[in-house]
Design a protein around this ligand. Structure first.
Ligand SMILES: Nc1ncnc2c1ncn2[C@@H]1O[C@H](COP(=O)(O)OP(=O)(O)OP(=O)(O)O)[C@@H](O)[C@H]1O
Length: 689
């Protein structure tokens, strides 16, 4: 702790803790990422740095030809996404061929688009990611990037329609509302905005916010252009976003017949989607019978799920029906954006092995920023993903090391707290969500209902923080909130069916094909294969063309299809678990490098807005209690102890032989260049001598 404080005070944000890198968010933009740093950034040779982690992973990829993954862990706002970008910046600079197909500019554009569509402002971070993603770089024989792809999961799609107080919707809505030029504004009916919105979606009111959003919109358009997203395609994206905005402005009736509350706004949404008001209204509010569905594999899947427990939409309120549609549309749009990004990154060049970068939304607990509300279901899901990755860290750091030590020494290692993940999780900050999820959802007899109740015991306002009415009110509110969320998510299959109804080529049977908006929207969705559609709304970006990308996609699909029986039971939580399983399965196949991102102080990201604008050397101070909690949560001290006492740096005999037999030319001479080794251990010992 002392070292970290001293280093941080001296503007040294990177520190090694054994094999892992710790990065403390500088809350400023220090000059640490210049091209000068690229040179000789070998872990063994330089001071701790995020580039050195990239270099080390790349070096291991080249020498072992084994896939490598860099996993970023940490609280929300601790700097995971920023560090992922630095990793990529380094890798594409050192390992991109002369063709520059994967330039740093292109990656910058990828992140600009991802941040516009998948980030928002939360109580912990003004630009928080609300989805998990894997960036994959596939390398060829010469160690150059041959192809790349992005897979995303756990998108918080319901944020479009409801979210905790004082948090925003996805950035892109504000960019579009502020930055659309006059022609686009007219086209989207954005010349004046509604006073009401069922989704709480309003343009920025402050002029500086508006100005920033306008700049961001220009930046987004430029980034889309860099990624080869045509003007026509961009327009389609704006049409869908515009339609979602107008659906919010239209709202839904609170009682009586389910219908739009303000028809003039609904009319605008219908126009943008290219259908009539009646068609849109019945698509959203009317219950569809089983027989009316067109036959297609993906549609059949949805009907199975929908009808087994009665008609979900008939139970949902009009507002919920509207929310299903809007968030479903957004989720489809997001999947489409990922496809467009992958189109720009794809290449059919042969590749040998991959380097993956995994970034998921960070741990978050509203109480950390003195927020009295309980956590939302989405926060639970993101914490769950983080906790599973943390479990992987422990598995790789402790379990294997302890076994190896015991194997060599025949006695167990001392001094290491070998508490199981279970007890660990229960006591640390992550609050045992991993086990909560596993116990309540996956075990027989588990149910979402009990999950919610237990969620409360973890996330309800703490004792002594407040008493009486407010306390209970906060809990009830969150419970209702969670219930609704789950209810909505449960019904997402119905929503999915409806999305197809709107977006699928089948729409042609129903809606006028001649409508230009309709044509461009269905044209964009039509190209996607049905196998991609099966995972629609869960994992996006599985349409890779390179061999390695296809192998990854098959692995992820398999996780879903083996659990499909369970998915048919419509357990949304299980679907979340499957998405995280797919992520973990992909990571597990590789050698993993961990980067722990640490938050020096809470609230500061909220308080100061963009850290870049508020650089003040005096800010390099640390909230010691917060830092200590993070170090404990990551189990960093134990990982250091095991690093000292165990065998953290090791290589298997075959690797040792391959790497060092150049030093024993007499051996190669005697046995031939490609000598076949039966006993690697014996040859390795021979080499050592
Ligand atoms: N190494 C760094 N150098 C400069 N700025 C940084 C660094 N790390 C983080 N920041 C700043 O901190 C802010 C939060 O970082 P970032 O969004 O990357 O966090 P995160 O861990 O990805 O958050 P979330 O989990 O909520 O998505 C960013 O605005 C960024 O500018």
């Amino acid at each position: 702790l002392h070292s970290l404080r001293q280093r941080y005070g001296g503007n040294l944000i990177h520190t090694y803790a054994g094999p892992n890198l710790l990065v403390i968010n500088p809350l400023s933009t220090p000059a640490l990422y210049s091209e000068k740093m690229f040179k000789g950034c070998r872990r063994e040779e330089t001071a701790p740095h995020i580039f050195a982690v990239a270099q080390s992973a790349y070096h291991q990829l080249l020498t072992t030809r084994q896939d490598q993954t860099i996993v970023l862990l940490g609280k929300s706002g601790s700097g995971k996404t920023t560090n992922s970008q630095h990793l990529l910046q380094y890798l594409v600079t050192i390992a991109t061929g002369s063709g520059k197909v994967y330039s740093a500019e292109k990656w910058q554009a990828v992140y600009t688009v991802l941040e516009a569509f998948g980030n928002c402002s939360t109580t912990m971070n003004v630009n928080a990611s609300r989805f998990s993603h894997i960036i994959s770089l596939d390398f060829d024989q010469a160690g150059q990037v041959a192809s790349a792809s992005v897979q995303t999961m756990l998108l918080e799609k319901f944020r479009v329609t409801r979210r905790p107080e004082a948090e925003s919707s996805f950035n892109v809505f504000y960019y579009l509302m502020a930055g659309a030029d006059a022609a686009l504004k007219t086209e989207l009916h954005f010349n004046h905005f509604a006073g009401n919105s069922a989704f709480g979606l309003f343009p920025h009111s402050k002029s500086e916010d508006k100005q920033r959003a306008t700049q961001q919109f220009t930046k987004l358009q430029a980034a889309m252009k860099v990624l080869g997203i045509s003007a026509e395609e961009q327009k389609t994206v704006w049409l869908i976003l515009g339609a979602i905005y107008h659906l919010g402005a239209a709202g839904a009736t609170k009682a009586g017949r389910k219908q739009f509350a303000r028809h003039e706004w609904a009319q605008k949404a219908a126009y943008l989607l290219g259908c009539s008001l009646e068609e849109l209204s019945s698509g959203i509010f009317k219950t569809q019978g089983k027989g009316t569905l067109p036959r297609s594999s993906s549609v059949r899947q949805s009907t199975d799920d929908t009808d087994s427990s009665g008609n979900v939409l008939s139970k949902a309120t009009a507002a919920e029906c509207l929310e299903f549609m809007a968030s479903g549309l957004y989720s489809e749009l997001f999947t489409l954006i990922i496809s467009l990004i992958n189109r720009a990154l794809k290449s059919s060049q042969h590749s040998l092995c991959s380097l993956l970068i995994v970034d998921t939304p960070g741990f978050q607990n509203p109480r950390q920023v003195k927020n009295q509300r309980g956590a939302t279901f989405e926060e639970l899901c993101h914490n769950y993903a983080q906790e599973r990755l943390q479990t992987l860290f422990q598995e790789r750091t402790f379990v294997r090391e302890l076994e190896r030590y015991k194997e060599v020494h025949k006695t167990p290692i001392t001094n290491i707290q070998t508490s199981t993940v279970r007890t660990l999780s229960r006591t640390d900050e992550a609050r045992g969500l991993f086990w909560l999820m596993e116990e309540e959802v996956v075990q027989p007899g588990g149910s979402e209902e009990t999950l919610l109740q237990r969620l409360f015991s973890y996330y309800g306002p703490a004792e002594g923080e407040s008493t009486g009415h407010t306390h209970i009110h906060a809990q009830t509110h969150t419970l209702t909130f969670c219930h609704r969320q789950i209810y909505a998510l449960f019904s997402s299959c119905t929503c999915y069916y409806r999305r197809i109804y709107i977006a699928h080529p089948y729409i042609r049977l129903k809606f006028s094909l001649d409508d230009p908006n309709r044509k461009s929207i269905s044209g964009m969705f039509a190209g996607r294969s049905s196998s991609v559609a099966v995972l629609s709304g869960s994992i996006a970006g599985l349409e890779g063309v390179s061999q390695l990308a296809m192998r990854r996609a098959t692995g992820m699909r398999k996780t879903f299809t083996t659990g499909m029986a369970a998915v048919k039971k419509k357990s949304f939580c299980l679907q979340i678990k499957l998405q995280v399983d797919a992520l973990l399965d992909t990571v597990r196949r590789s050698r993993v490098h961990f980067v722990h991102c640490l938050l020096p102080r809470a609230e500061v990201l909220r308080a100061t807005g963009s850290p870049e604008e508020s650089y003040d050397p005096g800010l390099m101070q640390i909230d010691v209690a917060l830092l200590r909690a993070q170090i404990r949560g990551f189990k960093l001290l134990d990982s250091l102890r095991i690093y000292r006492q165990g065998y953290p740096d090791h290589m298997v005999f075959s690797e040792f032989r391959r790497r060092f037999d150049i030093l024993a030319p007499h051996l190669t001479k005697k046995l031939g260049r490609n000598y076949i080794v039966k006993d690697e251990k014996r040859v390795s010992n021979y080499l050592r001598e």
